[in-house]
Write a protein that binds this ligand. Structure first.
Ligand SMILES: Cc1cc2nc3c(=O)[nH]c(=O)nc-3n(C[C@H](O)[C@H](O)[C@H](O)COP(=O)(O)OP(=O)(O)OC[C@H]3O[C@@H](n4cnc5c(N)ncnc54)[C@H](O)[C@@H]3O)c2cc1C
Length: 133
């Protein structure tokens, strides 16, 4: 969309073909822009499995054939790389809403405490005042 106009309200849009550069004017009474839905995860190492669109696979969504170099099961929200979690929009099949991204973030913290507790031989509650060395 490169231009638009109308008399007191939207009536037309000018569209440009990104390959040919050709422009056409079309009748339009509304315009909805959906931006920001690209995961942009190319920088992640191949060890962190992603789907065809680049969203990060977690938990049961990670491929069965993936190497898993620990004795324990993969945790919910844990990626194909042990100890690395993914939450929010970047996660494959997530709900793509603010409330769910925030909720998944808080769950990931709890899972991290669980993981660290298992590694150092004690159970952490996630509440520092209750966790004693
Ligand atoms: C147009 C639009 C409208 C929406 N409307 C609603 C709505 O009405 N209600 C609703 O609940 N949700 C809405 N959403 C969805 C909502 O915005 C997302 O679900 C939510 O923001 C996800 O939070 P997040 O923390 O997972 O990701 P994000 O909010 O995208 O945060 C990820 C952050 O990581 C940063 N980042 C990315 N790569 C790197 C990197 N390599 N290094 C460092 N930082 C990096 C980004 O800059 C960004 O700040 C909308 C989304 C869009 C695109």
């Amino acid at each position: 969309v490169v231009d638009g106009g109308g008399d007191g309200r939207l009536e037309r849009l000018v569209l440009r073909d990104r390959r040919s550069g050709d422009e056409e004017t079309v009748e339009a009474h509304g315009l909805f822009l959906m931006i920001g839905a690209q995961p942009l995860t190319d920088w992640l190492p191949a060890d962190v499995e992603r789907d065809a669109q680049g969203f990060v696979l977690t938990g049961a969504d990670v491929s069965d054939g993936r190497a898993w170099p620990t004795d324990r099961s993969r945790l919910l929200l844990e990626t194909s790389m042990p100890g690395v979690f993914a939450v929010g929009d970047v996660r494959h099949d997530s709900v793509k809403r603010v409330a769910s991204a925030v909720g998944e973030g808080s769950i990931a913290i709890q899972l991290l405490h669980q993981l660290l507790g298992a590694e150092d031989g004690r159970v952490r509650s996630g509440n520092p005042s209750r966790d004693r060395p």
